[in-house]
Design a protein around this ligand. Sequence first.
Ligand code: 1HE
Length: 270
Amino acid sequence: MTSAVFTPVPGLLATLDLLAIGQAGPVLHLQLNRPAKRNALSDGLVQQIHSAFVNLPETVKAVVISGAGDHFCSGLDLSELVERDIQSAILHSRMWHAAFDAIQFGRVPVVAVLHGAVVGGGLEIAAACQLRVADDTAYFGLPEGQRGIFVGGGGSVRIPRLMGVARMTDMMLTGRVYDADEADRAGLVQYRVAAGEGLVKGIALAQKVAANAPMTAFAVMHALPRIAAQSPGEGLFTESLMAAAASSTPEAQDRLRAFLEGRAGKVVKS
Ligand code: 1HE
C-alpha cells in the first residue's frame, strides 16, 4: 500500500471528465477513466490528456499515468474510425502527436503503470513516458496490422527505440502479443511487479524522480532522446552544453557541496 494520500486537483484539471486526477505532494496521478470502453482513445480523451499535460500545477514534479478498470488502454477508439479523407487523417495523427509529445517533452517525467491490455495507441502512450512498470496481467500488442491500419501516435518513432525495429515489425505483421516478462526482456518496460502492485511501485518511483534537481530531470527528458537521434559529433556537443547548464545551477552546486561535506548519500548496491 502507498502511504501517499491523493486529493483531487481543482481548476481546469478537475473539468477533464475522461480522466481521474489526484495529487499527493509533488506527484500527480492521472488515470485514464473510460473503463467501460477499456480506456479506448477517443478524440476527446486524447485532447484531455493533452490539456492535462500542458496545464500541470507548478507544484507537480512527476506524473504517474494508469488506466481505470482491468486494462491500461485498448488503443484508438475504433468506433470513431470513420472514413476520413487523407488530410483529416493526417491532422488526426498530428493531434495524437501533439498530445503524446506533451507527455514525453513536458515539464516533468512520467511513469506509466501498465496492466491488462496495453495495445495500439495504449502502447504508444506508454512509449512516450520515461518509465514503464508492468504487472503480471499486462500484455502488449499492435493490432493495427490486423485492423488494416498503421500506428499514428508516434509508435513508429518511439517503440523501435525501446525494442528494435525487428520486434515491432513482427508484432505488426503477425499480431504477436508480448506478455509482461517478454516485454521486460525486450526492453518495453523497465520494472516488473506482481499483479495489482503496479501503482504502488509507480508512485514510489515517481516520488524518487520528484526529488531530483529540476534541471537534471529536464536534461534527462529533453536532451537524452534528442542526443540519441543526433550524430555522435552533434550528440557530444549537445551533451557538453547540457552538462554545463545543469552543473552551473545553484541546486547542483548545493548538492555537490553536500556530498563533499558528508551530508549526502553515497552510491550503494540495491
Ligand atoms: C472498444 C475498444 C476500442 C474495447 N475502440 N471500443 N485497438 C484494438 O484493436 C483493441 C480492441 N479491443 C480489444 O481487443 C478488447 O476490447 C480488449 C482486449 C482491450 C479488452 O477485452 P474485454 O473482453 O475486456 O472487453 P470487450 O468486451 O472487448 O470491450 C468492452 C467494451 O469496450 C465493448 O463495448 P460495448 O459497447 O460492447 O460494451 C468494446 O466494443 C469496447 N472497446 N476496445 C472502441 N479500441 C492512431 S494509431 C493507433 C491505432 C490503434 O490504437 S489500433 C488498436 C485498436
